[in-house]
Design a protein around this ligand. Sequence first.
Ligand code: NDP
Length: 433
Amino acid sequence: VEKNPAQPEFHQAVKEVLESLKPIVDANEEKYRKEALLERLVEPERQILFRVPWVDDNGQVQVNKGFRVQFNSAIGPYKGGIRLHPSVNIGIIKFLGFEQIFKNSLTGLPIGGGKGGSDFDPKGKSDREIMAFCQSFMTELCKHIGADTDVPAGDIGTGAREIGYMFGQYKRIRNVYEGVLTGKGLTYGGSLARTEATGYGLLYLTEELLKVNGDDIAGKTVVVSGAGNVATYAIEKAQQLGAKVVTCSDSTGWVYDPDGIDVAALKEIKEVKRARLTEYKNYRPNSEYHEGRGVWSVKCDVALPCATQNELHIEDAKQLVANGCKMVAEGANMPTTMEATEYLQENGVIFAPGKAANAGGVATSALEMSQNSERLSWTFEEVDAKLQGIMVNICHNMVDAAERYGHKGNYVVGANIAGFEKVANAMLAQGIC
Ligand code: NDP
């Protein structure tokens, strides 16, 4: 804490991981201590902080902060998204980059951990302003990334439009056409199924983990928070699998639709119009719109937090348990506070942590990297089938690791250990670096 002051989210992520690694650390104590493995693991290999100046539509110069944390490259080039949100600071980027190390390892693919972003707020900006920001951001970032070094992707506030502007600027300055970013448009190296991957992957894992626990997703009532990329495709896949999703939300309010969320309407509001959820009622008169937060108060079998960190608190966990919720799977990164996680686990709720449950996005990004390297594009069905296989594998690796280390059913322990093992072994093999 003294070494990294004022970074509460980073402390929270490190505490959760290190506490759950205790069984494997105890078993290898001498080796890890001698090589300062944990001390090296929590220190990013490189942190890049930079100025992002751009000109707004009034001709006024604006200045934002840019970040890229290249956390760990033991098993592959750094890989992780770019978050554009006013709340972004170095502590948030470090927490996300740290989590990314284990998530990427869990996918079984050769990708290291990194994350980046800016305190730029894309809301209410014109296309030209978004482009001006993205070009300025990439003008500096391009010096530090590359297809074999560091491959950023989307995250909150960074979708296909932003990735397109960044890719264009990278190519223009570096004069190389390579897979330096993922989440690209389909006409210039993007992968089919990448847009859907995090949400779909979340449901593939949820389905499998319910099966492991003798249950089934079909017929379940599901509550989802968020209305962005992850939430939208989680809702779509949940409904394809026979569940009914009755909520979604954004940072100002939430929707309850007793007949099941209309995904086509949601996509039109968020992806086409870039509007707010207040519009949803125009499409579905039977639905309700409420200001503030509240999705966790709705009775459900499965809860999928898909908006942002620390959005599911202890009071929410109590309400979910009281309402008979059987499973929580994190679509967002660290959406459940530690207190809430413990409460859910102690009360018999199946809890799937984000680093396993939302790994489908980065896994498919790695598949996009493979396609770029061989200069080929795979079909939607091919990518989707690989994604499904990866999520089922992650599920079983997490379940098995928890059991192997004496914590059967604790998937936080399982996911952290399964992700850590490979990174730790690679770090030890590569010597002190
Ligand atoms: P989007 O920007 O597409 O959507 C984010 C959604 O969450 C929006 O509905 C947004 O509402 C809401 N939200 C964002 N910040 C806050 C906040 N501070 N308080 C309340 N609501 C908020 O992002 P994604 O769907 O891509 O990402 C959602 C989560 O999933 C993040 O935690 C991200 O790190 C994680 N994730 C994303 C992956 C991906 O492939 N996209 C991969 C793995 C994890 P509003 O529009 O009002 O801001």
